[in-house]
Design a protein around this ligand. Structure first.
Ligand code: SF4
Length: 147
């Protein structure tokens, strides 16, 4: 069984996690890397702790103790206005210190965010399609279902 942890952007700290859990069930967005027949258990869920993300330094420890070998940085880090400026650094740090796989993305990008971001320069500047490739494979209907 696959065990994973999720770290969300603190700007969405009151989020109930509904989109992430739906995507995990549907193997959509960042969770599309897991085949439907593979069982995946969420063993940790926390926020980054607020800019500049102090919790990212410590919170994976507990997730890993619970068996996580992959950490997902939630889609909120990608779709915020502006997106989190530390995504690349978080990924590099977690992979280096904790030797875990880091996937940028949880649920598919909701269409309303996608449309807005396509008009803005942020994603191109950070080369987001390379950092979070799974989030850019979804079709319009799928993205609309996450609005
Ligand atoms: S923008 Fe980045 S550092 Fe700031 S609260 Fe969100 S995830 Fe944390």
């Amino acid at each position: 069984m696959k065990k994973i942890g999720v770290i969300i952007c603190s700007r969405y700290q009151n989020c109930g996690g509904g989109k992430c859990l739906k995507a995990l069930r549907e193997r959509a967005g960042g969770f599309s890397i897991y085949p439907p027949e593979e069982e995946v258990e969420l063993v940790g869920y926390s926020t980054c702790g607020g800019c500049p993300g102090g919790n990212v330094e410590y919170v994976p420890e507990e997730m890993i103790k619970n068996g996580a070998d992959t950490i997902h940085l939630a889609t909120g880090l990608v779709v915020g206005y502006p997106p989190c400026p530390y995504i690349r650094e978080f990924k590099e740090f977690l992979e280096s210190k904790y030797k875990v796989k880091v996937v940028v993305g949880t649920h598919p990008i909701p269409m309303k965010y996608f449309s807005e971001h396509e008009k803005l320069p942020y994603w191109d500047k950070m080369d987001i399609r390379k950092i979070a490739p799974e989030l850019f494979k979804e079709n319009v209907a799928q993205m609309k279902s996450y609005d």
